[in-house]
Design a binder for this molecule. Structure first.
Ligand SMILES: *Cc1c(COP(=O)(O)O)cnc(C)c1O
Length: 420
């Protein structure tokens, strides 16, 4: 078991930030307590010593299941006919932690690279040792484009003045900027609108300041319109070929089209959800692939007590024991990512038994054990995980009125991630 908290020392982080941040005029000197700080630097020093949570700590943690990710990546690769996977780890790896999940995913040969949506995520991925291609799928400022280029992350382009921006950044860097062109084929969220994309693409593909790594689009997840979007994309690709323009690697398919639209698999597929164990939200998808839950939300029991009839537990006396009843306390709550609506609807697994949830506060959860004192202080409790059907991520999401995505995106980024 490896606790990721401890893998990056503040000093190596400082060196990295100095390197990546020089373009922004940032100083990372304050990120390490070693060495005096200049009074002009308004950067707060981080503690010199980072404490590592011992595995005996009762505090909650997230277990990242490497074998489950391994399995889901194989399933995605099979659906994609063996094409490489650009694994989406945006939004802090859908809540599970990009510093843990990014390096784990790029270890698999089927994964050709990773994609994120924030410069800070791209920096974090390089920081933890991801060396495969990284794509940042968001428009960025020129300063950020320079930061991305310094760590060899592909910036996405879609603004009309992107060619001039790239020229300026390349001039400052002294070398071409690695970029991908994001085309809007009808979603009207992000991308260069396909109707005016041709001269813009030509301007980018023909300048020495841009190193064109790829071209991509995003679908709306409505099959008939997806096909129209794909046609718009392919018309542009065909046009570019006749002009001798190289658009780089072509990709378009997130999870929904990975399952539903093989014609859209192009050079590479671009799923996130599927890798995290989540199927497209339409009928019949479970027959096409076997996706597994990839994490556990856990904490240890910190208190076991016997309530007498008439005694209550929690705020507002919301639970009153009718008979002698054992209860247990877990040091995990709503702010950790366990939804408040799990009260009265969900159960928690300790050993091989499930116990109903009586109350959830910001940092506490109270369980009803029943007549028997069947658990001890220090026992490991699993609130979400693959170990019983009633605590599967999808089951907890259903019972708490959330989507799978919303449930996992709610995991507190500060919880230690342990890869098992
Ligand atoms: C989120 C996202 C993906 C991945 O989508 P999933 O549904 O999680 O597979 C792919 N491409 C873009 C541009 C995205 O924003």
């Amino acid at each position: 078991m490896k606790t990721l908290h401890s893998t990056v020392t503040s000093c190596s982080r400082r060196r990295f930030l100095e390197w990546a941040g020089s373009a922004l005029g940032l100083s990372a000197a304050g990120a390490c307590a070693a060495g005096p700080r200049s009074s002009t630097q308004n950067v707060r020093p981080a503690p010199a010593v980072r404490t590592v949570l011992p595995s005996s700590s009762p505090d909650p943690w997230i277990e990242i299941d490497r074998a489950a990710f391994r399995h889901n990546v194989r399933e995605a690769s099979r659906l994609a006919g063996g094409r490489p996977i650009l694994a989406v780890v945006k939004n802090n790896a859908y809540g599970l932690g990009d510093r843990a999940v990014g390096p784990l995913l790029v270890d698999f040969p089927e994964v050709g690279g990773v994609a994120c949506v924030r410069v800070e995520e791209a920096v974090a991925l390089r920081e933890v040792g991801v060396t495969k291609p990284v794509l940042n799928m968001a428009e960025v400022s020129e300063e950020e484009m320079e930061v991305l280029a310094r760590i060899d992350v592909h910036a996405s382009l879609w603004l009309d003045d992107a060619p001039e921006r790239v020229d300026r950044v390349a001039r400052r860097l002294g070398h071409p900027v690695p970029v991908q062109m994001f085309l809007d084929t009808g979603m009207n969220r992000e991308g260069m609108p396909y109707r005016r994309a041709r001269p813009w693409l030509e301007a980018l593909c023909t300048r020495e300041t841009a190193k064109v790594e790829g071209t991509y689009t995003m679908f709306v997840h409505e099959l008939e319109f997806d096909r129209e979007q794909l046609k718009r994309f392919q018309d542009i690709v065909t046009w570019a070929r006749t002009r001798g323009l190289s658009l780089g690697t072509l990709h378009a398919a997130p999870t929904f089209e990975l399952f539903q639209l093989p014609q859209a698999h192009l050079d590479m597929v671009r799923p996130g959800n599927a890798l995290f164990g989540n199927y497209p939200g339409v009928e019949g998808m479970h027959a096409l692939a076997d996706l597994r839950p990839v994490f556990r939300l856990r904490a240890r029991v910190v208190r076991v007590e016997l309530l007498q009839p008439g005694e209550s537990a929690g705020f507002y006396r919301s639970y009153v024991a009718e008979r002698p009843t054992w209860i247990a306390l877990l040091p995990i709550g709503r702010t950790d990512g366990y939804p408040r609506s799990a009260t009265g609807t969900c159960e928690v697994l300790i050993g091989d038994k499930l116990y109903p949830v009586l109350a959830i506060n910001s940092a506490h959860t109270i369980l009803e054990l029943g007549r028997e004192k069947s658990v001890e202080v220090g026992d490991v409790a699993t609130l979400i995980g693959p170990d019983d059907p009633s605590i599967l991520p999808h089951a907890v999401a259903d019972k708490t009125g959330l989507s799978h995505l919303a449930l996992i995106q709610g995991m507190n980024p500060r919880l230690p991630r342990r890869i098992v």
